[in-house]
Design a protein around this ligand. Sequence first.
Ligand SMILES: N[C@@H](CCC(=O)N[C@@H](CS)C(=O)NCC(=O)O)C(=O)O
Length: 87
Amino acid sequence: MKEKKLELYYFEQCPYCQIVLSAIKSNGLEEKMTYFDTRKDQKNREKLVSDTGRGTVPCLYIDGKPMHESRDIAHWLQNYAEELKKG
Ligand SMILES: N[C@@H](CCC(=O)N[C@@H](CS)C(=O)NCC(=O)O)C(=O)O
């Protein structure tokens, strides 16, 4: 699989974001991810709303395409972890 650009929009206090952060950690993908905190930097939240019409986090952009829903993101990371680590 071609290397994918992974960008996580999140904030620390969000329990759904913690599900995704924990999937990132348990699959060893920390270094593959770029992180955008939507509480620390309002511009990140504005971008999310402008792209998706929602300010809800977590949202994982996969090559620029946003995926919402912590469970969907965690499953996707789990399914593709080995391939993502090769890239
Ligand atoms: N079903 C969603 C729920 C996500 C959610 O409710 N996130 C909250 C933070 S815990 C949120 O972004 N609320 C809107 C906001 O803070 O602007 C998921 O599992 O990802």
